[in-house]
Ligand binder design. Structure first.
Ligand code: C2E
Ligand code: MG
Ligand code: MG
Length: 262
């Protein structure tokens, strides 16, 4: 009963567009320069207030509602990024990173929906990164590979999210045309003090070198972690040290002033 009630609420949320996007800056670790943003969904529930994704994305995944929600996220984020770039032409190198469910990727015409959304919103495909998680990818690997390859040719970039946490077989790394690995925050936590965490991060970074992939470290919270990651040759990162996810108004002013607001 509880599940079907929440499911109805989620359907209502889609119809009434109760969702909103926050944006977390992704920076170059060496100079903290913003290179892009990750779009992160929030649900403004009329009674319960602000709900974070971990409290409704699992239900959305189980009910298939992640498909309409996910396409809404894609369209809104592309539209928003295109608008910011129009207002501030010097921001045309910034990218927008979007979390995409494998259900979207394995939908018939999933790839077409993405390229059509890019055309309709006017966003340069090179400014779009799609984040997929390892565990998701593995279920429908053939379809995902197909969609991914189709998108690659149009210039869209692909990131492997939460790298190292899924039930991944590393073998999938070479059959998916991935550009970037996102090092999960659980590996970044305590790298200053935990020797084995540090070794894990080193290994992931080596792996990225071998496959010629870019690296973004997630969940950087301390200056020590930043310095440590720079030493290990990890070029980019995101985390509360630089900025939490911020509203679109704050993001706009960040783009205008080029200053991180911590
Ligand atoms: P994710 O894609 O790995 O996103 C990063 C999460 O880490 C975000 O949580 C962000 O707020 C949090 N984070 C960033 N820096 C730090 C830090 O320094 N410390 C800590 N403790 N946390 C940090 P958020 O926004 O709650 O999102 C959670 C997850 O929900 C995301 O993980 C992603 O898997 C999923 N998600 C969010 N938005 C969407 C969406 O539009 N579609 C789909 N399919 N999934 C989404
Ligand atoms: Mg992500
Ligand atoms: Mg992640």
């Amino acid at each position: 009963i509880e599940q079907s009630q929440s499911e109805n609420e989620l359907r209502e949320a889609i119809e009434q567009e109760q969702f909103d996007l926050y944006y977390q800056p992704i920076v170059k670790l060496a100079d903290r320069k913003v290179v892009g943003f990750e779009a992160l969904i929030r649900w403004h529930h009329p009674i319960k207030g602000l709900i974070t994704p971990s409290d409704f994305i699992p239900l959305a995944e189980n009910t298939g509602l992640i498909i309409p929600i996910g396409w809404w996220v894609l369209r809104s984020a592309c539209q928003q990024m295109a608008a910011w770039q129009q207002e501030h032409p010097d921001s045309d190198k910034l990218f927008i990173s979007i979390n995409i469910s494998s259900q979207q990727f394995s939908q018939p015409y999933g790839g077409h929906i993405i390229t059509r959304t890019l055309a309709e919103t006017g966003l340069n495909p090179r400014c779009l990164k799609l984040e997929i998680t390892e565990s998701e990818v593995m279920e429908n690997i053939d379809v995902v590979i197909n969609t991914a390859e189709q998108l690659k040719t149009s210039g869209v970039q692909l990131s492997m999210d939460d790298f190292g946490t899924g039930y991944s077989s590393l073998s999938h790394l070479h059959c998916l045309p991935v550009d970037t690995l996102k090092i999960d925050r659980s590996f970044v936590q305590n790298i200053e003090s935990d020797r084995s965490k540090l070794e894990l991060v080193k290994t992931i970074i080596k792996l990225a070198e071998v496959f010629e992939l870019g690296l973004i470290a997630e969940g950087i919270e301390t200056e020590q972690q930043r310095v440590q990651l720079i030493d290990l040759q990890c070029e980019y990162g995101q985390g509360f040290l630089f900025s939490k996810p911020i509203s679109k108004l704050k993001t706009k002013s960040l783009i205008e002033t080029k200053t991180l607001l911590v």
